[in-house]
Design a protein around this ligand. Sequence first.
Ligand SMILES: [Zn+2]
Length: 190
Amino acid sequence: MKIRITEIPTEGREIEFSASLESLNKRVNAGHDPTTPASASSPEYIFHGENTASLRLDLHGSSVAVAGNARAQFSAACSRCAEPLERIVEADIDIMLKPKDINNKKKNEDEFEDLGFGFYDGKEVDCADIVEEYLILQLPYAVTCEAASVEECAQAQAALKYYQPEDDSEGDERLAIFKTLKVNDNGKAN
Ligand SMILES: [Zn+2]
């Protein structure tokens, strides 16, 4: 969804559109840093279903103010029990885009770090790019199911039971200590 600045009237312009799911998913998973252990990296999110964005563009000299909101549906696994969960992410968008200084690439990159200010190529504003960026920034660091504790997570319970040895007749003596552990009704080892 690209809007040429020549197509923004002085009274501003309002647009509504949906971001590309393919592009959102490619972008959210590109953020995974291969140098960090899997346990420390962000969980995997899959955008699917509906997403909507509603933006208003206003010219301020050669700068363009982009404001509005976006909303998207995504799925992610519970960080405790891995149960698949459905969630909605919402983002308020408010950014001032300045025309890119083509003679100073380094300067542009430094300033882009500052949320609330960005750049455009001087001709058109990539609204989908802005919406994707904001939605991904709003994703929670971890997603957990409704269960108040790991003991109430149905699948975490099942996993705990799996690690309790059931057959006492043939076991490694080094693991004998684990046989003295009993699981109570809450799934906690005593
Ligand atoms: Zn859970």
